[in-house]
Design a protein around this ligand. Structure first.
Ligand SMILES: [Zn+2]
Length: 288
């Protein structure tokens, strides 16, 4: 199957022609400002350059919260002025074709399912370990949306208590084990807030407590998610997951928190598609 996938980001827009889970042609452009009309026109022009046609449907990954019907933007942190806009209809009329929308982290998960680390799987969890912690949950081959459309937010699993989170609540995984939070903690410990460097020094007595706390809470979050969803695999993406040996170090910690019957099933693996996953997953939205 061939489809066009678009990943809208704060700094760039990636669009690609995707065939059976693989990118066969791609375009990438800097995001033109923040105005909805300008950006939607830019997306429409990119899609046309890729040769959109009735047989080549279009899916778009959006960096924020959409309503349950995936029609309206509810909250796009990097794009003020978009809230409440019927983006799906607006884009569809500009392109002249039906368009599917989904949150970009959910697209990331769908991409790994179509052509990446979870290829052929029906039940899996994705966590992206970046500045914050995002993710998506696929159950029975479908992205888990929840009643209000907000399901699948592993970054806000409650694994702590008082630690502030960017979502305005506290005690959430992202506010403890997200890269921003770890860098803040590093600073408060008098360490250089460079996680790549600190990962290479992770056994140093001055650095070990930082990772011990971050990985312990991450392991709690992953184990909790496994107990809830019994997935075939848990995929880790994002900068932090690419640290050498990251999964090998994390795995025993997750095992330690798993109930006995789940221990034999643990499968933790790295993202295969990396930055291409959201684009491929956006195209996957059009698979029926
Ligand atoms: Zn939160």
């Amino acid at each position: 199957m061939t489809a066009i996938g678009v990943d809208l980001g704060g700094h760039k827009i990636a669009a690609a022609l995707v065939e059976d889970g693989r990118i066969v042609e791609r375009i990438s452009e800097p995001t033109a400002g923040r105005e909805p009309d300008g950006i939607l026109n830019q997306i429409a022009a990119m899609v046309k350059r890729l040769g959109a046609c009735a047989e080549c449907p279009v899916g778009v990954g959006i960096p924020g919260v959409l309503d349950a019907a995936r029609e309206v933007a509810l909250l796009l942190p990097n794009f003020t002025g978009w809230n409440g806009l019927p983006i799906r209809k607006m884009l569809s009329s500009k392109i002249g074709l039906p368009v599917e929308l989904e949150n970009d982290a959910n697209c990331y998960a769908l991409g790994e399912g179509w052509g990446g680390a979870a290829r052929g799987m029906t039940d899996f969890i994705l966590l992206t370990l970046g500045t914050g912690i995002g993710g998506g949950i696929v159950v029975g081959g479908r992205i888990l949306k929840g009643f209000h459309g907000m399901a699948g937010e592993p970054g806000h699993l409650v694994v702590g208590s008082g630690e502030p989170c960017g979502c305005s609540s506290h005690g959430h995984l992202e506010g403890i084990s997200g890269a921003d939070a770890l860098e803040r903690t590093a600073k408060s410990m008098g360490l250089q807030p460079d996680l790549k460097y600190l990962w290479t020094r992770r056994t140093d007595p001055s650095v070990a407590p930082l990772w011990d706390r971050g990985l312990d809470h991450l392991a709690k979050g992953i184990a909790s998610a496994i107990h809830l969803f019994d997935p075939q695999t848990v995929i880790l993406g994002g900068g932090m997951s690419r640290g050498e040996g990251f999964i090998d170090v994390l795995k025993p910690r997750v095992l330690d928190y798993l109930a006995l019957p789940f221990r034999k099933t643990l499968d933790l693996r790295p993202s295969q598609l990396g930055n291409d996953a959201p684009t491929i997953g956006a195209a996957a939205l059009t698979r029926k």
